[in-house]
Design a protein. Structure first.
Lengths: 420, 393
């Protein structure tokens, strides 16, 4: 059988890949005579010091999947990570998941690629992999793949937080894959094909679609809005803040001597925050702003200034209260009240249809990358869960924690440092 | 109000570079068939309404590919025939106008005949074709013997299962008509086992299948419900609302109808012949039945005996696989081994649900049990989807 080097689009193929740091991109165009490019023809390199999909400017769409590993063989797992890496390299270049392509292969074989991305560009696709605590030890604490002595100290199941109402079918997982793209079909195509490659070695535990980014990860991006209608992610760590990335996002040499494989990686917290939007929508504008601590229109702090100005948490308001209330969201999660800790958030809005009572099954699929969840997430989530005014309108239905290995060089597979 | 994406500026700049990138890509995508020794085995065929143009009349022994393009106005076929012009070495059918289909065949040295059959009628437009000796290994000449063996073995299996189905169905309808419901309920999943083992064959009779195996939810408006599942509901009415049990006369009518159709099925099965790809496809098809109906607990909605059917589908799939296994082992030993392992893993999960000579009720499965079974079905189905192509390669 001859093998073809196939591209999903005649004009944009492997040769168009832009090498270099995450953020570099190449551009193709739609077919002959086609109207202006509909999808952002961005291309991000899969390789790098860190995995793509963290400081990469947040794309508009998400498909996130958590997997259970079904094999008991370490070699099978490594083999899958190799295959996943190859497929991810190809798909992020805008090529088919498998080299046989979607329609170029044998007529009597299922195609190597599922085909729904034919004609679509890479659309800024990034694919980011992480490992959950249950990959290292099973529920009884038994070493599953000879990795237990390399399990990072901070990689444990997250504690129960007040207002957690977790559905085990939306929580936990041995491995996670975050696929982000500006075209939802490209993100879904990526997960679908990785799932297919994984059958027999892993099985999907849960997956989540997100349709609108709720964070900016670059100063070049506008601040988007969450489903409460507020700007979200104004104070997020941006790709350009390299010092803060080192301090708050990337695991550094010496952070955890047992888990030096994670140096250059990060921790990924995934939380499915259901919003009771119907109830929220009945709150007076003044109350909504007071709960958040920002103006709904501009995103400016209630203490004045523009969106990006600092808060004055002590500014007096009426009734002997500060203008930014004691239970305002921005106060409780602000670094000033959390030992300076910041997160790189990369969440997405979601609406999974409606619930049995006709309410939107909607909310914010919270994704945050942090250097250490023990210092950068758990205390903040506890404060928020117990004191934040917004919690009245939030219910956490899914939760997971993953260790995100560093990036790969060409020829390496994702997570190679863990299995070395 | 929404602002445009701030990406607009860099996009405009980079669009200018596009033609360069495009040119580069087109070159990189060059056809690997150009030049090189593999070429002589890659042939093209142009089938028009009145001509059959093969790019060469000779090729070295080995794996040959014919890219057959239909330039005519009717559906065409392409055959590689033995020297006698009768024996089909390889064929590709149903090539619509303007379509290209690839035919791959492992061909030893010898004299052959190529034929295009525009309109799918007659002898076709024929030409001689010579395959010369070469170093490339060719599949053993015992292949045909293996294929014959597989086909005979499978035919015997289907006949045997049909006989047992008829025997147990006869007993079942007698018990049911005699209102010995406990005994009928006990026999129901056992008799169904023989149906489910050959389900893909039984379903190939498009007139009998809906009469015998339709589920209530599958009926079209106005369609009369008969067969196994109607009787199932009458024997296990617990999940039905406002159910009126069948009268004795109705029981007799439906029971006799089921038996008559089963008898008809067993007669027709005797006339069937199989091809090796049908066997391989049947194996895959039975696993699809499991994935879509049994693992979800939809098949036996009233009796909850889905796991019996599940096991029977797996039995049938395994027999189909084992029939062609020796061929697969020669062509792709890794695939054969993987499928075998995955069958074992699935069987271990099923065995864990055994009780007595049968299985626990579907209702007794936990969500985790169902998920594990479904995962194992997916794990097996993925390599099984390559079985037919491998057998034919």
């Amino acid at each position: 059988m001859p093998t073809y080097k196939v591209s999903r689009r005649g004009l944009l193929g492997g040769g168009a890949a832009a090498a270099g740091v995450a953020g570099a991109f190449a551009v193709g165009r739609a077919g002959e005579g086609a109207p202006a490019e509909v999808h952002q023809p961005l291309q991000y390199d899969f390789h790098g010091t860190h995995q793509a999909g963290i400081v990469t400017p947040a794309q508009d769409r998400l498909h996130f999947a958590a997997f259970d590993v079904t094999t008991t063989e370490r070699a099978d797992l490594v083999d899958l990570l190799q295959k996943w890496t190859e497929a991810a390299e190809r798909m992020t270049r805008g090529e088919y998941a498998g080299e046989g392509g979607a329609v170029e292969g044998a007529f009597n074989l299922p195609p190597d690629d599922t085909g729904e991305a034919i004609g679509l560009s890479s659309s800024g696709l990034t694919i980011t992999f992480g490992f959950g605590p249950s990959l290292f030890r099973d529920a009884e604490g038994k070493d599953r793949f000879g990795l237990a002595d390399r399990q990072p100290e901070a990689l444990r199941e997250l504690p129960h937080f007040p207002a957690d109402n977790l559905d085990p079918r939306r929580s936990y997982g041995d491995i996670c894959v975050q696929a982000c793209a500006n075209d939802p079909q490209v993100a879904v195509h990526a997960i679908r094909n990785l799932v297919r490659i994984g059958f027999g070695t892993v099985a999907v535990r849960w997956s989540q679609l997100g349709f609108g980014r709720t964070s900016t990860t670059s100063v070049s991006q506008d601040t988007p809005r969450n489903l409460f209608g507020f700007k979200d992610g104004t104070a997020n760590i941006k790709a350009e803040e390299t010092e803060d990335l080192e301090k708050h996002v990337w695991v550094a040499d010496g952070d955890d001597t047992k888990a030096d494989w994670l140096v250059g990686g990060s921790y990924l917290v995934a939380r499915r925050f259901n919003m009771t939007v119907e109830v929220w929508d009945r709150q007076p504008l003044g109350d909504q702003e007071s709960f958040v601590g920002r103006s709904k229109g501009t995103g400016a702090p209630l203490s004045g200034g523009g969106e990006f100005d600092d808060f004055d948490f002590d500014m007096p308001g009426s009734n002997d209260q500060t203008i930014i209330a004691a239970d305002a969201h921005v106060r409780l999660v602000h670094p000033d009240f959390n030992d300076g800790a910041r997160m790189l958030r990369r969440g997405y809005n979601f609406v999974d249809g409606s619930d049995a009572l006709g309410g939107l099954d909607a909310g914010l699929f919270f994704l945050a990358f942090v250097r250490n969840p023990d210092t950068h997430f758990i205390p903040i989530q506890n404060r928020m869960a117990t004191q934040d005014a917004l919690m009245e309108y939030l219910k956490v239905t899914g939760s997971a924690l993953f260790a995100v290995p560093p990036g790969t060089k060409p020829g390496e597979h994702v997570g190679q440092s863990l299995f070395a | 109000m929404r602002k445009p994406l701030s990406l607009a500026a860099p996009l405009t700049a980079l669009l200018l570079a596009t033609p360069l990138l495009a040119a580069c890509t087109e070159n990189a995508d060059g056809d690997p068939k150009d030049g090189g020794t593999a070429d002589a085995r890659a042939l093209t065929v142009e089938s028009s309404d009145d001509a059959c143009t093969v790019s060469a009349d000779t090729a070295p022994a080995g794996t040959l590919t014919f890219d057959v393009t239909n330039t005519g106005s009717q559906v065409t076929e392409f055959y590689l025939l033995g020297e006698d012009g009768l024996r089909i070495v390889a064929e590709v059918e149903n090539i619509g106008p303007n379509l290209t289909r690839e035919l791959t065949a492992n061909v030893p040295a010898g004299t052959y005949v190529t034929a295009c059959k525009p309109g799918m009628k007659g002898e076709g437009i024929r030409a001689d074709f010579t395959v010369t000796e070469s170093d490339e290994p060719v599949t053993g000449t015992d292949d045909q013997a293996l294929v014959d063996q597989a086909v005979e073995g499978y035919a015997a299996y289907v006949e045997d299962q049909t006989e047992q189905l008829l025997e147990k169905t006869t007993q079942f309808v007698e018990l049911y008509k005699a209102k010995d419901d406990d005994a009928a309920r006990a026999l129901y999943p056992q008799a169904r086992t023989h149906w489910e083992r050959i389900e893909t064959v039984a379903e190939s009779f498009g007139d009998l299948d809906p009469k015998m195996d339709a589920r209530e939810a599958d009926l079209e408006p106005g369609q009369k419900w008969t067969g196994w599942h109607l009787i199932e509901k009458d024997l296990w009415p617990a999940r039905a609302e406002d159910y009126t049990p069948l009268t004795d006369a109705e029981r007799a009518t439906y029971a006799d109808d089921l038996l008559a159709n089963t008898t008809e099925l067993s007669e027709r099965v005797e006339e069937l012949t199989y091809t090796v790809d049908q066997i391989a496809n049947g194996s895959r098809g039975l696993l699809e039945e499991v994935a879509t109906g049994k693992v979800t607990g939809e098949e036996e909605y009233w009796s909850r005996t889905d796991l019996w059917d599940f096991q029977a589908n797996v039995d049938g799939a395994k027999v189909g696989f084992e029939g062609v296994e020796v061929i697969v082992s020669q062509k792709d030993p890794e695939l054969a081994e993987l499928i075998e392992t995955r069958f074992e893993e699935l069987q271990a999960l099923l065995d864990a649900q055994r009780v007595g000579d049968g299985f626990v009720s579907y209702d007794e499965l936990s969500e985790a049990d169902v998920k594990a079974l479904s995962d194992a079905v997916n794990a097996l189905s993925e390599p099984l989807s390559k079985l037919t192509a491998t057998v034919l390669s």
